[in-house]
Design a protein around this ligand. Structure first.
Ligand code: HEM
Length: 216
């Protein structure tokens, strides 16, 4: 499965996750909070695959790497789709508890949340030639590299803090879930670092051409 078929398959799975929660739960704050969590968790998978694609291409060239590189843009768009679902569930949650979108957030939370939202919008728009052609290749790469690291940071910090809370509160299932996601995030960063070092050592250039030109 590749490109748009892959995108629609992932989008369908994420939509089913959201609708399932909606049908199974009640129309209350607890269900809305659960949906916020499940929709953002579902996003981690396409995000991480897109995040490590270039590194896998450098470290283990071959079939899997080619698939990841070929589908990187569509994995990124699937993440953006899931994120849009997450934003809808947050609006629903805010209808029960307005504090979750502003007054209940620390300054850092606000910067990360709304900065993250702005980054997702920017990365999504510039994944299409219509917007990306107005940028230089260098500016495009800078935006996408820094943007992905920024999103990585929000995922990492949130899951790490939730891991600590789950450990403190003695919540076994949550503890393992949050710790596993945190470890996957750390692993993905180490993979990118290893690929970076390998490229420097062997003088190889980044495997990836400018992304929009992949959007055949
Ligand atoms: C306008 C922007 C955002 C708002 C208003 C927002 C709000 C929220 C809320 C209300 C929760 C649930 C808190 C709880 O029940 O404890 C949550 C959880 C979370 N958010 Fe956000 N968020 C935003 C953007 C982001 C971004 C950009 C990311 C990451 C790229 C992100 C990642 C997460 C994660 C990982 C969780 C924890 C989910 C879990 O429990 O597994 N959020 N967010």
């Amino acid at each position: 499965m590749r490109r748009w078929t892959l995108f629609w398959a992932l989008a369908a799975v994420m939509t089913v996750v959201a609708l399932w929660g909606l049908v199974a739960g009640a129309a209350d704050e607890e269900t809305a909070r659960l949906l916020v969590r499940w929709t953002i968790r579902a996003c981690v998978v396409p995000f991480l695959l897109a995040f490590v694609a270039a590194a896998v291409g450098t470290l283990w060239p071959g079939g899997t790497a080619d698939w990841l590189l070929d589908n990187r843009k569509h994995l990124g768009l699937a993440f953006a789709y899931g994120f849009a679902l997450n934003m809808m569930t947050i609006v629903w949650l805010a209808s029960f508890n307005l504090g979750v979108i502003w007054s209940g957030l620390s300054l850092l939370d606000r910067v990360e949340s709304y900065g993250g939202l702005a980054v997702v919008v920017a990365l999504t728009l510039t994944s299409f030639d219509r917007f990306s052609k107005r940028m230089s290749p260098g500016a495009w790469r800078l935006l996408h590299t820094l943007g992905m690291y920024g999103l990585w940071w929000v995922f990492f910090r949130t899951n790490w803090l939730y891991s600590l809370s789950a450990v403190r509160l003695g919540l076994m299932a949550e503890r393992w879930l949050y710790l596993s996601i945190t470890l996957l995030l750390i692993g993905s960063l180490l993979l990118r670092l290893t690929a970076f070092i390998a490229r420097r050592r062997h003088g190889a250039t980044l495997v990836l051409p400018r992304e929009p030109s992949l959007g055949r």
